[in-house]
Design a protein around this ligand. Structure first.
Ligand SMILES: Cc1cc2nc3c(=O)[nH]c(=O)nc-3n(C[C@H](O)[C@H](O)[C@H](O)COP(=O)(O)OP(=O)(O)OC[C@H]3O[C@@H](n4cnc5c(N)ncnc54)[C@H](O)[C@@H]3O)c2cc1C
Length: 350
């Protein structure tokens, strides 16, 4: 009995000492770059607390529910451009490939295309990657402060009610450029403000309107992807054709993406007006007029960035940094690369 108590005490002491010695990083944003960075840091023995303003993970990879259906609201799929990213995707247990039947907006059949995507929905990937982190959803970070006089845990973060959420060895922001800038500025570290403003001057971001439509099933709407030149549309994706996405009722779920120019021009339009225009443009492409069972309209204010070639921001004195697709390339692979390169630097430093 005595021995057991002693062992238990030693164990607890060991755990306590370990948790004190283990570096602790706050990651802000649970999109793909935040989730992947979290995984890399945890694998390297670093403790991670992850803060996300939305209710779940995914960011621009998130999915939504509409009645009994789920649809990918952000990136519908990804196309690796380097062998390294393709290899990484192929190693993930929840990533599959999707062979699509493609037509253009005039109805002409195009060569089929193969994409990578997560199953059963895009956000499944980020949800798995963050395992092992302390995850705080619905928490918007509004301020980061640095106290150089402290011995350790020199960085503190606060939510938008001014509530102190903890002290950390490092803080990494993975929000899109327009949201990362104001946060970096709250540190009142001139080096970080300068690093951001030098980059921000070169970045432009574009909005994207997305319309989800649940249609009563029709065998006559056969393509998985409709794309090409269109004054309003960028592409239309049959979400229900993706692997593991059927609703069991046989209905079709389409995700209609407006093109960047139209989305930017209509950035502040009434969603109801956007819904009407996108639905009408899509229905004109079809050989029949199916019954619409449900709709949802979503605006991404910072959907895509004209990225800069910086990879990441990192201030080694304060251990505050940023990564994301806006720092590498304007797609998922850019977010992956940026997070990977910053993780390497952080792991070497701590
Ligand atoms: C409609 C659409 C289609 C796309 N299509 C493709 C495609 O075909 N192929 C491709 O490769 N890529 C595509 N992309 C781009 C791809 O989705 C992004 O490159 C990638 O998901 C970016 O990941 P990220 O982690 O850098 O940023 P995000 O996903 O934006 O993650 C940032 C996270 O930070 C959170 N956050 C922000 N501020 C705070 C705060 N103050 N406190 C707490 N949390 C905060 C946000 O809520 C978000 O979850 C598309 C994007 C959109 C929107």
């Amino acid at each position: 009995m005595h021995l057991k108590a002693n062992n238990q005490f030693t164990n607890e002491l060991f755990q306590l000492m370990n948790s004190i010695k283990q570096p602790h990083i706050a990651v802000i944003g649970a999109g793909f770059s935040g989730a992947y960075l979290t995984k890399l840091l945890i694998d390297a023995g670093i403790r991670v607390s992850l803060f996300e303003k939305s209710r779940g993970t995914g960011g621009r990879l998130s999915s939504c529910s509409l009645d009994n259906h789920s649809a990918d609201l952000g990136a519908p799929f990804y196309t690796p451009t380097t062998p390294a990213f393709k290899k990484w995707l192929d190693q993930q247990p929840d990533i599959a490939t999707w062979n699509t039947k493609v037509i253009d907006f005039s109805g002409k059949t195009l060569p089929s295309e193969t994409f990578h995507l997560a199953i059963p929905k895009q956000s499944s990937l980020t949800r798995r990657l963050i395992q092992g982190a302390h995850f705080a959803p619905s928490t918007r970070i509004a301020k980061i402060s640095h106290n150089a006089n402290k011995q350790d845990h020199k960085n503190s973060i606060y939510d938008d009610d001014g509530l102190l959420l903890g002290h950390f060895d490092g803080v990494i922001i993975t929000a899109p450029a327009a949201q990362a800038g104001p946060l970096l500025n709250t540190t009142e570290i001139p080096r970080l403000a300068t690093a951001y403003s030098n980059i921000a001057n070169q970045i432009t971001s574009q909005a994207s309107w997305v319309q989800v439509l649940v249609l009563k099933s029709s065998d006559r709407i056969t393509p998985d992807l409709i794309k090409g030149e269109h004054k309003l549309l960028f592409r239309c994706i049959k979400n229900s054709s993706k692997l593991n996405r059927t609703d069991g009722l046989g209905n079709d779920v389409w995700v209609i993406e407006a093109n960047s120019e139209w989305s930017e021009l209509n950035k502040n339009s009434d969603p109801e007006n956007v819904r009407k225009q996108l639905t009408e443009a899509f229905l004109k492409l079809l050989p029949i007029q199916p019954e619409i069972l449900a709709t949802r309209t979503h605006r991404w204010l910072y959907a895509r960035h004209e990225a800069v070639d910086e990879e990441f921001i990192w201030d080694s004195e304060t251990c505050i940094g940023a990564c994301g697709d806006w720092l590498a390339a304007h797609h998922l692979e850019g977010a992956w690369h940026s997070a990977k390169m910053l993780a390497k630097t952080v792991i070497n430093k701590l």
